[in-house]
Design a protein around this ligand. Structure first.
Ligand code: GLU
Length: 295
């Protein structure tokens, strides 16, 4: 792997809904290392306004600085960019690769349960969630218009097959470059099915804003954990449709607990601050608690 020999623009893009844990530390340090003589950027992904907390944003700055990292300021904050995401969403609407879907989680669950084999037999995405069954995908334009007027809650879903077909037509090939393996990976448009790209009141989702902002910040090497590798199949299609440049991807291994369990903020795993409070220095934390920064 020779990526670090070249100059890359990389980023670390945490969501401020908890303290950073060891997995975040590893991801940020890896992105910093892979930037080489290029640039390491920090971006705050706080589109989930219900879960974002300013004190977590402050803690991100504090924890990363303690690890010895620095980054250009001002830091891009996604919650100040909803208008920009809306413009991108409108472009996808004009291409007719998104459609409104009124199905609630319960509607989707109930539908799947009535199908042969039920939930057990239903296809799942890489995170184990059931693939969206296409409710509201093929309703007539007049019914769709009428439902839009009624004003119920809906989500904008990507028509993944159509989007992939148009992307393939535009670009010829549908793949992304996995820098950690030095290989091209073919895009599988059905991996996550028709994902949600925006909601009635929030003109974006993770998938849309991350693609918009990686392009806006000229990211040349997207560095993140292997748990997001599947999402890259969606992101690459969106990049082609929106005519953004193609970054390379480096999906790094995940930091695990001694018992092999994945770390996660939700599971209440201990934060970087815990180690600091225990008297660890950054070198000791990096040397003793993280896998080697290979790459
Ligand atoms: N904001 C995402 C997270 O905290 C990471 C997004 C990415 O690296 O693409 O999980």
């Amino acid at each position: 792997m020779t990526t670090q020999d070249t100059a890359h623009i990389t980023r670390f893009a945490p969501s401020p809904n908890g303290r950073l844990h060891l997995g975040h530390a590893y991801s940020a340090l890896m992105a910093h290392k892979l930037a080489g003589s290029g640039r390491f950027i920090l971006r705050i992904e706080d589109i989930d306004l219900g879960r974002r907390r300013q004190h977590f944003i402050d803690a991100i700055y504090e924890d990363l600085a303690w690890l010895g990292l620095s980054w250009p300021t001002p830091v891009m904050i996604q919650s100040s960019r909803f208008d920009i995401y809306k413009t991108a969403l409108n472009r996808l609407r004009e291409m007719e690769v998104v459609y409104p879907c009124w199905a609630s989680r319960a509607d989707i669950r109930d539908y799947i349960n009535t199908q042969q084999g039920g939930r057990e037999a239903w296809p799942v995405d890489p995170d184990g969630a059931a693939i969206y069954p296409g409710l509201y995908k093929d309703i007539s334009p007049s019914k769709r218009d009428a439902m839009m007027w009624e004003g119920g809650n809906y989500a904008w879903r990507l028509d993944s097959e159509k989007a992939a077909a148009i992307a393939r037509q535009k670009n010829g090939v549908l793949s992304y470059f996995e820098a950690s393996q030095q290989e091209n990976v073919d895009i599988n448009p059905g991996l996550y099915g028709d994902v949600i790209l925006a909601r009635k009141d929030i003109p974006t989702s993770y998938h849309l804003s991350v693609v918009v902002d990686d392009a806006a910040q000229d990211i040349s090497l997207v560095t993140r954990g292997m748990d997001l590798q599947g999402a890259t199949h969606i992101h690459r299609i969106l990049q082609i449709l929106l005519e953004y440049p193609e970054p390379e991807y480096y999906h790094h291994e995940l930091v695990r607990e001694a018992d092999g369990r994945r770390l996660s903020k939700r599971a209440g795993d201990i934060g970087i601050d815990y180690y600091r409070d225990q008297g660890y220095g950054p070198e000791q934390l990096i040397g003793e608690c993280l896998p080697p920064l290979t790459g």
